[in-house]
Design a protein around this ligand. Structure first.
Ligand code: FPP
Length: 254
């Protein structure tokens, strides 16, 4: 997954990261409980995963539950946990058949034993699949990820496995949850807010950020295409000038 892919004339991202926001407001607009919004959110999640597999986008990382979401009302947290467990158990075989490799990132130790067991089963079952890498961020925080990486490096310093001058961006990134995947090319946040909310902090350094008012349960194929089309118009400079980027492209195609 080292080069950008194309879908007809559109340059596709290799890795998409999504903050799936707006389930609660979607439900409120319909005079439904927030849990109904989360259930509708699962449908939208299924749809986006299927679309990524069809389009041959290599990886998608979904923010399902942040470290801060524990402070929601107990009833909402417990219904979200049940939803994760039932969705995982009902979807895993289909995901496996489609060649999806599922991985959870975040501190899973706070989840129930049954959820932790289902997570491990799903990861083990699908670990060799390569069509689509599906990462679910659950009890995840970007700062947690960074602190975790620092602790791993500190441990390696103590054991002598690593010397101080070997702490580089590369050795640091190796300790992060998503090591091995390209950094997200495209970040999508639904629900109208324009912030990162402690999602993949290190990894979004050069990511293109797409914000939409569409609520997550309404985020359909047309909405995804709109985000992908917008992405394909971005000039990715990574600190270089526009002219440098254009010259490099001409050399590659010419
Ligand atoms: C944010 O909307 C959404 C969440 C905290 C939960 C996201 C979970 C899903 C979409 C289910 C996905 C399921 C799996 C198995 C990955 P919100 O509740 O903050 O919405 P609001 O801002 O309108 O209140």
């Amino acid at each position: 997954m080292s080069t950008e892919q194309t879908d007809n004339d559109t340059i596709l991202p290799r890795h998409v990261a999504v903050v799936m926001d707006g389930n609660g407001r979607w439900a409120k607009k319909r005079f439904l409980p927030r849990t109904a919004g989360h259930k509708a959110g699962v449908k939208a999640t299924r749809r986006i995963v299927e679309l990524c597999a069809q389009k041959r986008i290599g990886a998608i990382t979904l923010f399902a539950f942040s470290s801060e979401n524990w402070s929601r009302p107990d009833q909402e947290v417990s219904s979200l946990m049940s939803l994760f467990l039932s969705t995982l158990n009902s979807e895993i075989d289909k995901l496996h058949e489609r060649g999806v490799c599922i991985r959870f990132i975040g501190d899973r130790t706070r989840f129930s034993d049954s959820l932790q067991a289902s997570i491990s089963d799903a990861e083990n079952k699908t670990e060799k699949n390569s069509r689509l890498k599906l990462n679910i961020a659950a009890n995840y925080g970007g700062r947690w990820d960074i602190v975790n990486a620092v602790q791993c490096l500190a441990q390696k310093l103590v054991t002598g496995e690593l010397a101080e001058d070997q702490i580089t961006e590369q050795t640091f990134a190796r300790e992060l949850s998503l090591f091995g995947l390209p950094e997200p090319d495209l970040f999508i946040r639904t629900g109208g807010e324009q912030r990162i909310s402690n999602f993949l902090l290190w990894q979004v350094a050069y990511t293109e950020l797409f914000f939409t008012d569409t609520l997550w349960p309404d985020f359909d194929a047309a909405a995804f295409d709109q985000a992908l089309e917008w992405y394909s118009t971005r000039q990715r400079r990574f600190g270089k000038t526009g002219e440098q980027v254009e010259n490099k492209k001409e050399k590659q195609t010419g």
